[in-house]
Design a protein around this ligand. Structure first.
Ligand code: URA
Length: 445
């Protein structure tokens, strides 16, 4: 961040008006507005208006690249070159039941590539990795830079999942909170610059983006998701970070759980060689991309073996212990549960990701404002997934919470989110085909 000039070189109103009138912002305007906003010389209401103008009128690739660079320059840049090991990170654009980071980071570390996973907390219906890990008794999210280096070096487990420090892209921190309250989150230039400013500032050598597509994702359509992925891959490559992206399905939740402690339990099942096939498959696909991008390709059977034989679990246990967590402590369990049963015999053809995400959030797994607490135990457990045959009266979902007065609103969120179709119908055949096709829809490198 620069110091305040005696006289500001631009007027925020002129910059807002330029974008409102569909002009390109100049490099100097972008550098100034990001810097001035970070130091408080551009007010929140002015930045909100500019974010809305960008939301409506867009930015071209060169503007996005400059905007990203200005956000990187608003704070510190980390540097892992002294580790003596390659580094690779993964970023997901956010989904329901997305606990992949938990088994993925230790799995990649098994093969000698360090994983600096500097994460955030969840907002809205998508869960945050730190919220999930904080359901482990004692576990601590905040680490110093020295502690992070010690985790990643040859004497440590080789992977760290912790809170991103306040020094990393502070302009994005401020802007993201503002976008969240002004209806300007789901905008490709703003998402791409937000994600990539943090990841480039973090200093990872390789980066794999998991760009979610479907009802539970920011990007509902494949064309939008592809554009977001291509924009982020180009930003990463231009900054010298080996970046690639997978486009993955978020029309239905990942795995069988959505909620903090519930998801940790499922991640531990994957690290024990079990777990739902979609979670294992995506973990392996992302690990393979990360290792390849870092210059250490590993075949898929070897990755699956490291989950099955306990090597990834050993790294996980060490990661948790080093952050004061107890990997053997029982995870908290909800005192109150409610079930949703199948109204008919048939094939489950829809289990809508957004409906489940909102239900989990209303049960207490997520927060409406960033200072709100979350319940470790709250969430939704799924007993069937699209493509499964179900019987009338069978339990499809178990809702978990500490506060049973939340069940009503959670059940409202689920209304219309589950569909059961006749066996042999087109809908049933499509659901089975989608499940067999797997969660990875496309790849951009
Ligand atoms: N995740 C981010 O970090 N930023 C966005 O803008 C959206 C998702």
């Amino acid at each position: 961040m620069t110091t305040a000039p005696d006289v500001e070189p631009f007027d925020a109103v002129d910059v807002i008006a330029a974008k409102r009138d569909r002009a390109r912002l100049t490099d100097a305007q972008i550098d100034w507005v990001i810097d001035a906003y970070t130091r408080g010389a551009v007010a929140d209401e002015q930045m909100s208006a500019l974010a809305m103008a960008i939301y409506l009128n867009g930015m071209d690739r060169a503007e996005i690249a400059r905007w990203t660079d200005a956000m990187i320059r608003s704070g510190e840049r980390m540097d892992f070159s002294a580790l003596g090991r390659p580094t690779a990170d993964k970023h997901s654009t956010g989904g329901v039941g997305d606990k992949i980071t938990l088994p993925l980071a230790p799995l990649v570390a098994v093969f000698g590539v360090s994983v600096p996973q500097l994460s955030g907390r969840g907002l809205g219906h998508t869960g945050g990795t730190l919220d999930k890990l904080e359901s482990i008794p004692g576990w601590r999210a905040a680490l110093t830079n020295e502690e992070i280096d010690a985790m990643l070096g040859t004497e440590g487990p080789g992977a760290v999942i912790c809170a991103a420090g306040s020094g990393l892209a502070p302009a994005d921190k401020k802007l993201y909170a503002l976008r969240d309250t002004t209806g300007t989150v789901s905008c490709i230039p703003l998402i791409a610059s937000s994600v990539m400013s943090k990841k480039i500032a973090e200093g990872t050598g390789a980066l794999v983006l998991d760009v979610k597509v479907g009802s539970g994702a920011f990007m509902k359509e494949m064309a939008q998701a592809r554009e977001l992925a291509e924009t982020m891959v180009a930003l990463g490559q231009d900054a010298g970070t080996a970046t690639r992206a997978l486009l993955t399905d978020m029309s239905t939740p990942l795995g069988l759980t959505a909620g903090n402690a519930l998801e940790v339990r499922e991640a531990v099942e994957v690290l024990s060689g079990g777990g739902p096939a979609d979670v294992v498959d995506l973990t392996v696909a992302l690990a393979s991309e990360m290792l390849d991008a870092a210059g250490h390709p590993v075949e898929e059977p070897e990755l699956r073996a490291a989950l099955a034989d306990g090597r990834a679990m050993d790294v996980w246990r060490e990661m948790i212990r080093r952050q004061d967590g107890d990997p053997d402590a029982p995870l908290p369990v909800a005192p109150e549960t409610e079930t949703v049963t199948a109204p008919d015999d048939g094939v489950l053809t829809e289990l809508d990701a957004l409906s489940v995400g909102v239900a989990a959030w209303r049960l207490g797994a997520g927060r409406a404002r960033k200072e709100d607490p979350v319940q470790a135990v709250a969430g939704v457990e799924m007993h069937a997934k699209p493509g499964d045959a179900v019987r009338k009266g069978q339990t499809l979902l178990t809702l978990h919470t500490e506060t049973p007065e939340r069940f009503g609103r959670a059940l409202e969120a689920l209304a219309g989110g589950l569909t059961i179709s006749e066996p042999g119908s087109q809908a049933a055949q499509d659901a089975i085909a989608r499940r067999e096709a797997g969660v990875v829809l496309d790849r951009i490198a």
